[in-house]
Design a protein around this ligand. Structure first.
Ligand code: ADP
Ligand code: GLC
Length: 483
């Protein structure tokens, strides 16, 4: 097997900078691909957190004028990842979120910031770093969407391009008058190029011009080709459907392993599931819940946004909590949702516990201490928390959409009889169906043997990156001519 060189292009990467699952994917896939003879170097913006993490930095190239200021391309390692970094203080030397200003709005120059990311990637694709000329550039989400566009500006050989859609709701749409500033010729402002309903569409450009399009589950690959799920890109995706595929995410088993997890009060495996009760008690104490092992404890670890369907949990809260059940929620995002959960905590003291913000340790503690994990998303490209829940013996209660449909086997009567269930699914995504699922989860929890089987089934399932990494490697090889 010929070794391949892949340049992965991403705006976030775990454990250095993360707002969601994209970071987890970008951070875990390189090590998994190394097993498939694929060498990955990841290009990331030089945010303060990235520059701080970077070790053994070397300057590969200096740009005197790069999207409004001087910039350098650095190489090095950070958190054991091989990195290329665009050190461009005028674009990236800003605290906090990679995308948002302190006022909570997008940075006004995001078009320029992420065009710079794509431009540097294209330069590397065209041989800027002789020691690493990639066979493939793998662009993630709209932030890297312009890579295939910039690669077309120069004649001659170019690497193949793969773009992965992690969430089609974010498309990177900007005014047409930025075209010149972004270094794109007028000839590209067409329906076959970067033009998108009269504006510049970064994701659209990527989908139009890449050699392969992937998304993070087979079901989402189908959903985004429908008017309901495609968010106006379904027509384009249907027209390119022969190069669209869905590859499920895995989780990093080095990070998510209940038998070694130092963030838990007590580690355990599937032969020592009773030890989870120590984690449940610790979680109840941490979040001000009544310390009661007989209370069924539902967990949530989520961005708080419309996508995640947590308004259904609020609307169905009295049914969820009926009979003394509890809710432990870790979330950040929409302040209206935060306020509502905050009020719920006051209305149901000892039954609802919340933490608002980003907290890696608490995310692990909810997985290791809750009885069930709620993921009632309206749409979900893949979802990682239900995979973590399976690995941690918390039973996922999920809506039947996207990657949730592809990763959870509903414990219906037959699945219980055959011992194949791993969670509870509901559909359509309505309050009524969600409430039925809550009730079903509570009934099943009372059947300790059946519950234990669900837990062990989930814990036995392979949710690692092994299989997905093979699928990516096959995909890469399918678009590079054998030499
Ligand atoms: P998305 O990328 O849409 O947010 P995923 O389920 O793919 O959803 O990934 C979410 C990732 O972020 C998981 O690793 C999850 O544990 C983590 N996460 C979500 N919210 C928080 C939070 N408030 N604090 C810590 N980790 C969080
Ligand atoms: C996105 C999606 C999520 C997916 C993640 C990583 O943020 O919302 O479903 O798991 O990307 O691919």
């Amino acid at each position: 097997m010929r070794p391949l060189k892949v340049l992965s292009v991403t705006s976030e990467i775990f454990p250095i900078i993360k707002t969601g699952g994209l970071a987890d994917v970008a951070g875990a896939l390189p090590a998994a691909l190394a097993q498939e003879a694929v060498r990955v170097i990841t290009l990331v913006p030089g945010y303060p957190a990235v520059l701080k993490a970077l070790k053994g930095a070397e300057i590969l190239h200096e740009y005197p004028a790069f999207f409004g200021g001087a910039a350098r391309l650095l190489s090095g390692t950070g958190a054991d990842l091989d990195l290329f970094v665009i050190d461009a203080p005028h674009l990236f030397e800003r605290p906090g979120s990679p995308y948002l200003a302190p006022n909570g709005r997008d940075w006004p120059d995001n078009a320029r910031r992420f065009a710079a990311l794509a431009r540097a990637a294209a330069d590397i694709g065209q041989g800027l770093v002789p020691a690493f000329v990639p066979d493939i550039i793998h662009a993630h989400d709209w932030q890297a969407g312009l890579v295939p566009a910039y690669l077309r500006l120069v004649a001659g050989p170019r690497p193949a391009t793969v773009i992965t859609i992690h969430n089609i709701a974010f498309q990177g749409i900007f005014p047409a008058d930025l075209l010149f500033e972004l270094g794109l010729p007028a000839s590209m402002f067409t329906v076959d190029g970067v033009e998108y309903y009269g504006q510049i569409g970064f994701l659209k450009a990527g989908l139009q011009l890449a050699d392969r399009i992937t998304t993070v589950s087979p079901t989402y690959a189908r959903e985004i080709q429908t008017p309901e799920g495609g968010m106006a890109l379904d027509g384009l995706l249907r027209s390119r459907s022969s190069i669209v595929s869905g590859i499920l995410n895995g989780i990093d088993e080095r990070v998510w392993n209940p038998s070694t997890d130092a963030l838990l009060a007590r580690t355990y495996d599937r032969d020592s599931l009773d030890a989870r009760s120590v984690n449940k008690r610790a979680l109840q104490e941490r979040l001000g819940l009544k310390p009661d092992s007989d209370a069924m404890l539902f967990g949530v670890v989520s961005r708080l946004s419309e996508q995640k369907g947590l308004d259904l949990v609020l609307a169905g809260l009295s049914r969820l909590l009926a009979g003394g059940a509890q809710l432990a929620l870790l979330g950040a995002g929409d302040t209206t949702l935060e306020d509502s959960f905050q009020s719920a905590r006051v209305v149901y003291p000892g039954q609802v516990g919340c933490f608002f913000g980003y907290d890696e340790a608490l995310a692990h503690q909810i997985q290791g201490g809750s009885d069930a994990l709620l993921v009632p998303s309206r749409f979900e490209p893949c979802g990682l928390t239900q995979l973590c829940a399976m690995r941690y013996g918390s039973i996922p209660v999920v809506s039947r959409v996207g990657g949730l449909a592809d990763t959870i086997v509903d414990a219906n009567e037959m699945a219980i009889a055959t011992g194949s269930g791993t969670g509870i699914q509901f559909g359509p995504v309505t309050l009524g169906a969600a409430i039925d699922a809550f009730d079903r989860a509570k009934r099943l929890w009372r059947d300790k043997d059946a519950w234990r089987r669900l837990q062990t089934n989930g814990m036995k399932a392979d949710v690692s990156w092994h299989r997905p990494a093979k699928q990516y490697a096959d995909l890469y090889r399918s678009c590079v001519p054998e030499t």
